[in-house]
Design a binder for this molecule. Structure first.
Ligand code: SF4
Length: 699
């Protein structure tokens, strides 16, 4: 409806969706958001994509949870939940006091009966830094376990494990806005126009100004029209392509000898390994001809400044860490890191996945990636006043397996939807149904919440204040624009209350006090205060004096010996390759209009109207070859299950491949996906498994 400008109040905040971290100006009338515009933030300069501009109304949906809910005594848990059923036949409304008592009692009973290791917590990359920090503190200090994780395990965990090993830091080395300062940019395994749309506008502008782009993706994509080279390599052969590029750089001595001598270790081992990966030997493996591999390797190495951006096409493989190790090796041996217009940048997925990881929402490290198995334990025991578990905790998929084996019996899930996002969903849902006690804190009755014993109605992004860290290491202030609906509560308040009821003696006035505690324990936040972020709107870490370090690693690396480490890798196949029974490759991902499991964007009227229907996409050649017709319902089947969806013709999808977005509950892609993990990052292989496709009913 039209609202006169003078009746609008505006609030400056940040977008709740992707890791780009666009700043927003949220217009409010009568307590409701009526418009969102782009504000002049450092990562968007007034731009927004369709999600940021039109996706805001999810927060005002009548489907919001407004009362605490408790599972009825006569509603047993079952793996076969009727998601379209009446939730009030399963749950009943409760007071906050009753719900919190039930939640705390269930979790402490599991802890006191089976030990803290029988509890696991999944926090959220959509929550603020302060929420992520307190959540992991509650699990670690309140339950004495490191079984705490979040969706980074499903997106960039393998990138982070390679980065920590290679350059000593899991964060990006330079911001995406610097693409125009580079002479050459490689984008691999990322689809920025779909998944990081505002970052893509910076890439297109850089291409117009003369930066040469190399886009590497088994699927076609819009950025290829702006590229000097488009490499549609065979899915799952990243190491073949990247090691062949490294081979060229080594064989033609295009590396930076001086930089290697000063800053890089293990060069001889890398040289020996890539000797076997000539472009001629790898051309048939990766599907890119040898001359193109040589040309691209030369372009990257001999450019004065080169950058690499990557996404989940690199990370979501059983060899995801190896893929990232190759990218790190490219940057290290050419010295394309630590200067403006150079660097390594894994494009982060969710609005606060960088911040949540920094805040310690991962099972192997405390805040700022201090290993839980090292000396840092004493520091955190002193700070938190509780004994802490000296062993690494379980990751997202490992938790599911541990539930089946009886090791995990109670869970606290805040703002995540693993019943939709975990691989091999049937196996995952059967696990959640087995838990003795499950507490879910969310804004919607998600698929995960259907398995809960207690559901706690929480705050949407537009209802709370907190800091969020985007893909560029920019800590930004999110501000409330609306009141909470019904009896819903602030997430921070719920975590604090649950902690108290579980025996932690803590009190916080609000997020500013939590941020101060984080800053006192996290060297990355040295010198950064809540008031500074509030005043500036955005502060890039680390701070050096008054200077925000947009480019890091200028004089070496935060590794034990100060040098970057090259880790040579072998070519390994995907875990499950096509065969006669399952002859196609299934790959999963996002759509521009929908975000992750769809809990937010499918509740947004505009976004859901743009992409209302569950689809699966193949190219037209493939469709015709298989005797199918675009628009018909098809069945997609893997060794783990079957779904049906509407067939869409999409020329960007490779031959013998089917793409399924993972946002549709009614055609849940993760019923199909393979839970096999990368051994280092423990990330599942969402980007590749064997599948078959047929007309629905014919399988
Ligand atoms: Fe939001 Fe990302 Fe779109 Fe920016 S690019 S408006 S942060 S979804």
């Amino acid at each position: 409806r039209a609202v006169p400008e003078q009746a609008l109040e505006t609030v400056k905040s940040v977008c709740p969706f992707c890791g780009v971290g666009c700043q927003t100006e949220v217009s409010v009338a009568d307590g409701r958001i009526v418009r969102v515009d782009g504000a002049n933030g450092p990562a968007n300069e007034n731009r927004l994509c369709v999600k940021g501009r039109f996706g805001y109304d999810y927060a005002m949906s009548p489907r919001r949870l407004t009362k605490p809910l408790i599972r009825r005594d006569d509603a047993p848990k079952s793996a076969q939940v009727d998601f379209d059923g009446n939730p009030m036949e399963v749950f009943r409304e409760a007071t906050w006091d009753e719900a919190m008592e039930r939640a705390a009692h269930g979790l402490t009973t599991v802890r006191d009966t089976n030990g803290g290791g029988a509890i696991a917590g999944f926090g959220s990359a959509k929550g603020s830094n302060e929420e992520a920090y307190l959540f992991q503190k509650l699990i670690r200090a309140g339950f004495g376990t490191n079984n705490v994780d979040h969706c980074t395990r499903l997106c960039h965990a393998s990138s982070v494990s390679a980065l920590l090993e290679g350059v000593g830091s899991g964060a990006v080395s330079a911001p995406f806005m610097d693409a125009h300062k580079a002479d050459c940019v490689i984008v691999i395994g990322a689809r920025p126009t779909v998944n990081h749309p505002v970052a893509a506008t910076y890439f297109k502008r850089a291409a117009k100004r003369g930066t040469k782009f190399v886009i590497c993706d088994p699927r076609g994509q819009d950025m290829m029209t702006h590229a000097e080279h488009s490499l549609r390599f065979m899915p799952g052969t990243d190491v073949a392509l990247l090691n062949a590029m490294l081979h060229v750089i080594v064989a033609e001595k295009l590396y930076d000898q001086q930089y290697i001598q000063a800053h890089v270790g293990e060069f001889e081992a890398l040289k020996a390994k890539v000797a076997d990966f000539s472009p001629e030997a790898m051309a048939d493996v990766c599907g890119i001809d040898a001359d193109t591999i040589r040309e691209v390797a030369r372009l990257y190495a001999t450019s004065e400044r080169s950058m690499i951006f990557w996404g989940m096409g690199i990370s979501q493989h059983v060899h995801g860490t190896d893929n990232s190790r190759c990218l790190i090796a490219l940057a290290l041996i050419t010295g394309h890191i630590g200067r403006e217009g150079t660097g390594l940048h894994p494009l982060r997925g969710q609005n606060n996945v960088q911040g949540a990881s920094d805040a310690g929402l991962i099972p192997m490290s405390y805040p700022d990636y201090a290993p839980v198995t090292g000396d840092a334990r004493e520091t955190f025991e002193d700070a938190w006043g509780r004994p802490l578990d000296p062993e690494k905790g379980l990751t997202v998929v490992e938790v599911v397996d541990a539930i089946h084996e009886g090791g995990i019996r109670g869970m606290y899930v805040m703002g995540e939807n693993p019943a939709m996002s975990d691989p091999d969903q049937t196996h995952a849902r059967a696990a959640f149904a087995k838990l003795d006690h499950l507490v879910v804190q969310d804004i919607f009755l998600t698929e995960t919440a259907w398995y809960a014993d207690v559901i706690l109605p929480a705050s949407a992004h537009a209802e709370k204040q907190g800091t969020f860290t985007n893909t560029n290491r920019q800590v930004q202030m999110g501000r409330p624009a609306m009141a909470l609906p019904g009896d819903a509560r602030q997430d921070l308040k719920i975590i604090i209350d649950l902690g108290r009821r579980c025996g932690i003696d803590w009190s916080y006035d609000g997020p500013a006090e939590v941020f101060a505690e984080m800053a006192s324990l996290m060297p990355s936040l040295d010198g950064i205060t809540w008031h500074m972020v509030e005043r500036e709107g955005s502060v890039t870490y680390p701070l050096k004096g008054d200077s925000q370090e947009w480019v890091i690693f200028k004089g070496g690396f935060p590794t034990p010996d100060g040098r970057g480490k090259l880790v040579p890798v072998d070519l390994l196949p995907p875990d499950e390759v096509p065969d006669t029974d399952f002859p196609m490759v299934l790959t999963t991902g996002r759509l521009l209009e929908h975000w992750h499991t769809g809990a937010m964007t499918r509740t947004s009227s505009v976004l859901d109207r743009l992409e209302p229907e569950a689809i699966a996409a193949m190219n037209l050649r493939q469709i015709e070859r298989m005797g199918l017709t675009p628009g018909q319902t098809i069945a997609i089947e893997t060794r783990r299950g079957k779904i049906t969806a509407t067939l869409r013709a999409d020329r960007e999808v490779a031959d013998d491949m089917v793409f399924v977005p993972f946002c549709y509950r009614e055609a849940a892609a993760n019923i199909l996906t393979n839970p096999q993990l990368d051994p280092y990052g423990k990330i599942p292989e969402f980007k590749f498994c064997a599948a078959r496709v047929s007309a629905a009913g014919a399988v």
